[in-house]
Design a protein around this ligand. Structure first.
Ligand code: ADP
Ligand code: MG
Length: 631
């Protein structure tokens, strides 16, 4: 329906400000990835207008008419192919229509244009500009070939009409607005944009972008029946915490996450002061299946003053906290900030920092209930630990919250408890990496530590190898892998006092094992870096360790799986001087029975490899040597 009854009078044609002209040109060629955002922009403008009117009444001491609720009405006319949006907000008079819809009045945009006057001719520049400030009202021209605006201000008798095809000029004239105060925007839809006449599409868009707007959005019935309300009630996250019921939180969480369970924890944030935002964040019970997929979307939705902006707000949350779900509503971001340019907005890192602290403190609260925390850790521990190398600022806090299994404690344990259990003389936090605690228990590297009761932390997530590279210490104690470097166990706990006789016996035994080690080294020179007497073995005869400056064993394995390293660095073979087999071989070496040594050296190296779960390079060589010694 074109308003033939209210044909505009006394119309005047005017040129758009040059910048607007160029902007419209780009809009027509569609800069946004989704044209549908026009509805979000127009609804946001209508909501702004309502808020301005409410504020105006408030500051003038005029009570809002209780019979007249602030609302937005959509109505579609499939015959005329028009979509109308009506509000009862502040409205615009003639000069405001000219100023607001004919120039770029927004301070930021204007300033930007001023500063870039000389170079702003290029389309690329304008695209950058638009990305930064959004196109707001002009986005209507993405879907409409002609746009009419009819507006009436409070306490004024004359309504005005604005119209343009978005091609350089617009007209303004007098009109009437039977609905009273407010603004009606009429979009004459382009060919191909008919979808925006369909109720289901409008319903979908309003739910998507404007669901939590404070004022209702109605779709009017073309037959004059009852209007349908398209958006939900008031934004939950803006209500005081005490007024929100657990049931409402659960419903909201479920609609947000499509998770059938209740959330594990809820963080309700109302930040005020230098940074203003509200947030409602949930920690789910279970981890989503796609937690480790790179293409996964963030679980957070970003709103600006209750208007949905994006759910691709991965910049809103530190990646190691990507398991949370929720909404963040900022008052500091410009409403029409485009999602393309969100990354460069300086407000986001501030919100992210504040959110991170709040979420960490909620997780800290969870940790007071050890059973509940264990379940949290089972689900999210592996992701959470990424924070150890990602989030330098909160590293100490994350280390405190981290849980580990170990060789001495049953169940999960934390690092403070580990440090409290350290033995006299123990300088390091010892750790051992592998696939699972079960696989690590029988690891020969652990033997000497177990014998002395020195606790070793099991690191069984791939991520552990990465943070270990960058985290140097906890409470002044450095981390030390027990498969790398010397074990130096003799410094820990009581040192045995030996008699002079015993000592000389031990020393001579040591000397002969030392000689054996030299012999082994000569035989295995192509395969090992050196052969050393072990302090960490008590039961096994041999084990392999990485030299202190080299990549640790499990890390190397991981890198190999990802084709990051080709060939292993040479390792150190440790031999156990107290093992009967080593002592026997030491005697053989002393007695010059060197023919017994070679095969056994190779077989012992193979044994050490097998104990690490590695495959042998040359199985047939292994088999031949084995047969020879078994004869
Ligand atoms: P922004 O909303 O960022 O200011 P827009 O391009 O969306 O930019 O709108 C430009 C201006 O037009 C608004 O600031 C407002 O003053 C005016 N305006 C747009 N729509 C309405 C409306 N429905 N009611 C009153 N004023 C409006
Ligand atoms: Mg706007």
């Amino acid at each position: 329906m074109t308003d033939s009854s209210t044909q505009p009078k006394n119309t005047e044609t005017m040129e758009f400000q040059a910048e607007v002209g160029r902007l419209l040109d780009i809009v027509a060629h569609s800069l946004y990835s989704e044209k549908e955002v026009f509805l979000r922009e127009l609804i946001a403008n209508a909501a702004d207008a309502a808020e301005k009117q409410r504020f105006l009444n408030l500051s003038a001491g005029v009570a809002d008419n209780p019979a007249e609720e602030y609302a937005i009405h959509l109505s579609a006319d499939p015959v005329a192919k028009t979509l109308r949006l009506s509000d009862n907000g502040i409205g615009m008079d003639r000069s405001e229509l000219i100023d607001h819809l004919g120039t770029i009045a927004r301070s930021g945009t204007g300033k930007f244009l001023q500063e870039n006057k000389t170079s702003s001719d290029s389309a690329a520049n304008l695209e950058a500009l638009i990305g930064q400030f959004g196109v707001g009202f002009y986005s209507a021209f993405m879907v409409a070939e002609r746009v009419e605006v009819i507006s009436l201000k409070q306490n004024e008798s004359q309504a005005y009409h604005w119209q343009s095809d978005g091609k350089g000029s617009f007209t303004v004239g007098e009109s009437t607005r039977p609905d009273g105060r407010g603004t009606t925007v009429i979009l004459h839809l382009r060919e191909g944009a008919e979808e925006y006449l369909e109720a289901h599409r409008l319903r979908q868009l309003v739910r998507r972008y404007s669901n939590h707007l404070a004022l209702p959005v109605y779709l009017d019935d073309p037959e004059g029946g009852e209007s349908e309300r398209l958006n939900d009630s008031q934004a939950l996250w803006l209500r005081p915490r005490s007024e929100v019921t657990a049931e409402e939180l659960k419903d909201f969480y479920q609609s947000l996450s499509h998770d059938g369970q209740e959330p594990r924890a809820t963080v309700h944030i109302r930040a005020e002061g230098s940074l203003e935002y509200s947030a409602l964040i949930f920690i789910p019970r279970n981890k989503p299946f796609d937690l480790f997929l790179p293409e996964r979307k963030s679980g957070l939705k970003l709103y600006v003053r209750r208007v949905f902006i994006t759910d691709e707000g991965s910049d809103l949350i530190a990646p190691y906290l990507r398991f949370v779900k929720g909404v963040v509503d900022s008052s500091d971001l410009p409403l029409n900030v485009s999602r393309e340019l969100l990354q460069n907005n300086p407000i986001l890192p501030k919100i992210r920092r504040s959110l991170t602290k709040k979420i960490l403190s909620e997780i800290e609260k969870l940790s007071h209930d050890s059973a509940a925390y264990e379940s949290f850790w089972q689900e999210f521990g592996a992701v959470f630990k990424e924070g150890l190398y990602e989030d330098f600022e909160n590293r100490e806090e994350i280390l405190k919250l981290a849980r580990f299994k170990s060789s001495e404690a049953s169940g999960w344990s934390d690092l403070s408890a580990y440090v409290a259990r350290m033995k006299p003389g123990q300088e390091f936090i010892y750790c051992l990496s592998g696939e699972s605690p079960e696989a690590l228990i029988s690891n020969p590297h652990l033997e000497g530590f177990k014998a002395k009761g020195v606790e070793v932390i099991y690191l069984t997530d791939p991520i552990d190898e990465f943070w270990l590279q960058s985290v140097s210490e906890f409470q002044g104690k450095a981390f030390r892998s027990i498969t790398r470097g010397a074990a130096e166990l003799s410094k820990i706990g009581e040192t045995k006092t030996e008699s002079a006789e015993q000592k000389s016996k031990n020393d001579s035994q040591k000397q002969s094992v030392q000689k054996l080690a030299e012999l082994f080294k000569g035989i295995l020179a192509t395969e090992v870096k050196s052969v050393e007497l072990s302090e960490r073995l008590t039961e096994s005869a041999v084990c392999l360790v990485a030299e202190s400056g080299d990549i640790d064993l499990n890390f190397e394995k991981l890198l190999k799986q990802h084709q990051r390293v080709e060939k292993s660095a040479k390792r150190v073979l440790e031999i156990n001087p107290d093992h009967p087999l080593i002592q026997k071989l030491a005697k053989d070496a002393e007695a010059g029975r060197s023919e017994r040594i070679e095969d056994r050296a190779w077989l012992l190296l193979a044994e050490a490899r097998l104990a690490l779960g590695e495959a042998l390079d040359n199985p047939s060589d292994f088999a031949r040597r084995l047969e020879r010694v078994l004869i």
